[in-house]
Design a protein around this ligand. Structure first.
Ligand SMILES: Cc1cc2nc3c(=O)[nH]c(=O)nc-3n(C[C@H](O)[C@H](O)[C@H](O)COP(=O)(O)OP(=O)(O)OC[C@H]3O[C@@H](n4cnc5c(N)ncnc54)[C@H](O)[C@@H]3O)c2cc1C
Length: 448
């Protein structure tokens, strides 16, 4: 049996970051994933990179609508989705090669195949037995399948199959109003696809700020996206024209569309891993149980990323990986004290960090809410889209910034200033006094 100091299972942003950091610290490390193509995980293969490449095309179309006002004559003729698919593939290959190069340079060994635990110090991959002293599980997540909407890759698809579409449908019903559902509603509507968005809860992006969600709903309606909130799909019937969904909500309704996109969330993935063989427990939702230092119910086995119950972002996975590695290498119990930005690449884009207003209210905290609008931002006006706002939650007593949300141009970029301010415990006054160059989108932070 081959023996390693540390074995990392899963080569997504959690797993490959962990393997790189371990190797940099001189730890003999083996990184396992199901195949070489899986290096980069969900993020690279069917998540962040693919989705944001598709959304970039949508953003170009949206920007093009302002060209005429600026005297630029340009005709948008539509989307060559095959070309976009090729570009996405080539980008994925380029990024994957970069990660493989980094792993090689760092001296990380790789093994391809599905890992399953045999006991608390060994895993099996195909017929090969691997022994370890420490292990990091980073097996990620998978599409949540809903029995009422069986995925057939043709009429009813998940986010994975969007990137394999050979033509745009005339109409699509998207089930799920979370980040993935809202991002794809943005993508399809940009190219004139008739979009219906069916949302179980009373607001889009149910975890996020209510004002932001309302603003997004208004923007979606303006783009002719039909949003049905507080609505539940009761039945789906495939017919010659596509699929008819029977929906129960404020009214009973049926919606006919060519394609259904099931965006009902993700579930932790540990199929075939048999963590219980190692004494590693999963909770009732299937997440691997960890303490604040990312140790599982076995002290020497850690878990990070989408397979544990923390925000499902690539940057969360890689941050947790770095902390788990620090704990392994230094024998310490570091925890994640960082502020995690949530970024949603809709049009308008949304970004949120720190305490939400509704959380502050639920906790009975005395807070002041400050708001500034892009209507007063010169650069937003120059770019032709002055919709949206920035919002800040401030402790009434100390003036320290506790949370922030932005909806509008460059929201996913300018949120980082707020992340820094919250992490460094700046007061709203200190942030306001900082110079923001003119004319920039960031100036909105100076108005708060
Ligand atoms: C459509 C979409 C858009 C997204 N957009 C964003 C975004 O814009 N920004 C963002 O931060 N996040 C985004 N995400 C989320 C992001 O992709 C995940 O949070 C991130 O990939 C989680 O990283 P991870 O390392 O935990 O797991 P993953 O990236 O899922 O990687 C897990 C890896 O483990 C491997 N594996 C599983 N089981 C085994 C086993 N038994 N043996 C060997 N290997 C195994 C898998 O093959 C996989 O490669 C998006 C996700 C989706 C689906």
């Amino acid at each position: 049996m081959k023996q390693y100091k540390t074995v990392v299972i899963g080569a997504g942003p959690g797993g490959y970051e962990a393997a790189l950091k371990l190797a940099e610290a001189g730890v003999k490390t083996l990184l396992i994933d199901r195949s070489k193509e899986r290096i980069g995980g969900t993020c690279l293969n069917e998540g962040c990179i693919s989705a944001k490449t598709y959304l970039q095309s949508a953003e170009y179309v949206s920007k093009a609508s302002h060209f005429g006002d600026c005297g630029v004559t340009l005709e948008v003729k539509g989307l060559d989705i095959a070309r976009l698919g090729e570009k996405t593939e080539s980008l994925k290959n380029e990024i994957r090669s970069g990660v493989v190069w980094l792993l090689d340079q760092a001296g990380v060994e790789t093994l391809y195949g599905s890992a399953q635990f045999i006991d608390a110090n060994s895993v099996k991959v195909s017929d090969e037995m691997i022994g370890f002293e420490k292990c990091i599980i980073a097996t990620g997540s998978a599409v949540r399948e809903v029995p009422l909407l069986p995925l057939d890759g043709k009429h009813i698809i998940s986010s994975r199959e969007v990137f394999k579409l050979e033509h745009l449908p005339a109409s699509i019903s998207i089930v799920g109003g979370g980040p993935i559902g809202c991002e794809f509603a943005t993508f399809f509507s940009a190219f004139g696809v008739e979009v219906t968005l069916i949302v179980r809860g009373s607001q889009l992006l149910s975890a996020e700020d209510e004002d932001v969600s309302k603003a997004l709903l208004r923007a979606f309606k303006k783009r002719n996206i039909k949003v049905m909130t507080s609505s539940v799909v009761k039945k789906a019937e495939v017919n010659v024209e596509g699929v008819e969904l029977f929906i129960e909500g404020e009214a009973q309704e049926s919606v006919q569309s060519e394609l259904i996109l099931c965006a009902t969330g993700r579930i932790p993935y540990s199929e075939g891993l048999n963590p219980e063989n190692a004494g590693v427990k999963r909770n009732e939702k299937g997440f691997i149980e960890v303490n604040r230092s990312f140790q599982t119910t076995q002290d020497h086995i850690y878990a990070v990323g989408d397979c544990i119950d923390t925000p499902a972002f690539a940057h969360t996975a890689s941050t947790e990986a770095k902390i788990a590695v620090k704990n392994i290498v230094d024998g310490e119990s570091f925890t994640n004290s960082h502020i995690t930005p949530s970024t949603i690449f809709t049009d308008p884009a949304v970004a949120i960090c720190g305490l939400r207003e509704k959380e502050a209210k639920a906790q009975g905290r005395a807070v002041e809410v400050k708001k500034a609008f892009f209507k007063a931002n010169a650069k937003a006006k120059i770019e032709g889209d002055d919709s949206g706002f920035a919002k800040m939650i401030v402790c009434s007593e100390s003036g320290v910034i506790l949370g922030a949300s932005v909806i509008g141009l460059e929201a996913t970029e300018i949120i980082h200033e707020m992340v820094l301010a919250i992490e460094k415990k700046l007061t709203a006054k200190e942030l306001k006094e900082m110079i923001h160059a003119h004319p920039t989108i960031s100036e909105i932070i100076g108005y708060l």
